[in-house]
Design a protein around this ligand. Structure first.
Ligand SMILES: [Zn+2]
Length: 251
């Protein structure tokens, strides 16, 4: 047996042993599946993947194909500060289960496959020159939660797309209320001026295409607050990539 063949056989054997010890589980519902890093057939069927056509700016689904660069009514009346946003799926069913499992059940092993799906969904936003940044948590919240789920996703996106990841560049300088339960205007007010670029990173943004990573996009007010700071520092564009999109009522 040649060296590479015996190496391959060894790898297959090791993965079979690992599957016996840790049987592969569905990323969303946790039931046993036949392979690692995937969904069970039922979650695949229910996964609310977002497909084109979507609004060029907000990434929200459009009722029918209106050609390249088409905008939703919201993007025309209330344009975001960021340039484009894209997401893997709607924040429903298995997609919501995955976000909650990563964030609250600390299933940090989900970060890698979720990030890889995001890199695929956000292909048009990512280039080897892109600067990938997570939406930061305030240091007190980071202390309580012990990890920032968006930074795990951003690391996986950057690795999959071959871009630079700068998890420390952006800081949340002010503690903000949770956005859940706030209307669009209150959300905007809540996060305005809450972000800043850390000293030592200010010149890193100038002329760069930034891709901001978060787990869920809702009204886009957090992403816009971050984008405002990054554009002020000279970012050539700021795009947003999230795993899930909570499609707002008006969209
Ligand atoms: Zn499942």
């Amino acid at each position: 047996m040649s060296g590479s063949r015996s190496l391959k056989a060894g790898r297959i054997c090791a993965s079979a042993v690992l599957d016996l010890l840790l049987p592969p589980r569905c990323l969303a519902c946790g039931c046993r599946t036949g392979h690692t890093g995937g969904l069970c057939p039922s979650c695949w069927m229910d996964m609310p993947f977002l497909e084109n056509p979507v609004c060029e700016r907000y990434g929200t689904p459009l009722p029918h194909d209106m050609g390249e660069g088409a905008l939703s009514a919201r993007a025309i009346m209330d344009p975001p500060v960021f340039d484009r946003s894209r997401s893997v799926a709607r924040y429903e069913g298995p997609a919501r289960q995955m976000v909650l499992a990563l964030k609250f059940a600390r299933h940090r092993d989900l970060g890698k496959p979720m990030g890889e799906w995001m890199a695929r969904a956000g292909q048009e936003l990512l280039s080897p020159e892109s600067l990938v940044l997570p939406v930061p948590l305030h240091r007190w919240r980071l202390l309580c939660r012990r990890f920032n789920q968006s930074a795990d996703l951003a690391a996986a996106v950057a690795r999959a797309a071959g871009c630079t990841h700068e998890p420390m560049l952006l800081a949340r300088t002010r503690r903000t209320r949770q956005q859940v339960g706030l209307d669009a205007a209150s959300r905007q007010k809540n996060v305005r001026g809450a972000f800043a670029i850390r000293a030592g990173y200010v010149t890193d943004v100038f002329g760069r295409a930034v891709v901001l990573v978060d787990d869920v996009m809702t009204t886009g007010s957090t992403a816009s607050a971050c984008a405002r700071v990054l554009k002020k520092a000279g970012a050539s564009r700021v795009d947003v990539l999230t795993f899930a999109l909570a499609v707002p009522e008006e969209a």
